[in-house]
Design a protein around this ligand. Structure first.
Ligand code: MG
Ligand code: ZN
Length: 226
């Protein structure tokens, strides 16, 4: 008897989230702010990559970040080293961000003054896939220190992201990582998904990623003008 009700409540929560995310997306697009979110399992290198992106992009663009975790403000403190405005969203027992959390975190921020807003989701490959945050671009990270079968185990997160990033490339050899197998598995779940390989530590592939972010931004601005 309880189950149908749970399903009903869950559907309602997701519907409300979708409406709010839609509103956020309209708001971001109307002021030309590009919103990029990062999802992955815990420890895949989201924060390290983001620190690098904020540091680099800040030279030419107005950038800021929101970062979600169950507890601690550690990641916000790390990201703040880039010099960009950063806000931690502490979710307590909730293992994902939702659009309402993003909207509340942005209170008092002049979103229209930003070229890029990055959102680092809570490390989790399951429920973040159900929650639209109003972002334009969702990056899913898989590190070389994880199993190559992650896409097969968590297909939904790959299907709701736009680009896959293989991170910690510098550790690939040490852990006997099979790059071709991971690429095959990603494309098995999501044919044609763009894949970039990066190492935030050595800087390999970072320029390519930044080009992708910048060119996508230009395209969406062009689309807006037309
Ligand atoms: Mg983090
Ligand atoms: Zn969750």
């Amino acid at each position: 008897m309880n189950e149908p009700r749970m399903v009903e409540v869950r559907r309602k929560v997701l519907k409300e989230n979708d409406l709010l995310a839609h509103r956020l997306r309209d708001r971001f697009q109307s002021v030309g702010t590009r919103v990029v979110s990062l999802v992955s399992s815990p420890g895949s290198g989201k924060t390290t990559l983001l620190e690098r992106l904020l540091t680099d992009l800040r030279r030419e663009y107005r950038v800021a970040a929101l970062v979600g975790d169950l507890a601690t403000e550690n990641d916000a403190a790390r990201l703040a080293r880039s010099g960009a405005p950063v806000k931690q969203i502490t979710t307590g027992t909730v293992c994902h961000l939702d659009a309402g959390m993003v909207e509340r975190a942005l209170e008092g921020w002049a979103v229209e003054d930003l070229d890029y807003l990055f959102i680092e989701n809570v490390g989790n490959l399951v429920c973040p896939s159900s929650f639209d945050l109003g972002e334009d671009l969702r990056l899913v990270l898989v590190s070389t220190t994880e199993g190559e079968d992650k896409p097969l185990k968590y297909p939904t997160i790959f299907n709701t992201a736009d680009v896959a990033l293989i991170t910690k490339l510098d550790l690939a050899e040490a852990v006997g990582f099979d790059l071709e197998l991971l690429i095959r598995n990603i494309h098995g779940v999501r044919p044609g998904m763009p894949i970039l390989q990066v190492s935030a530590r050595t800087g390999e592939g970072i320029e390519g990623l930044e080009h992708l972010l910048i060119s996508n931004h230009t395209e969406s601005k062009l689309a807006q003008v037309q």
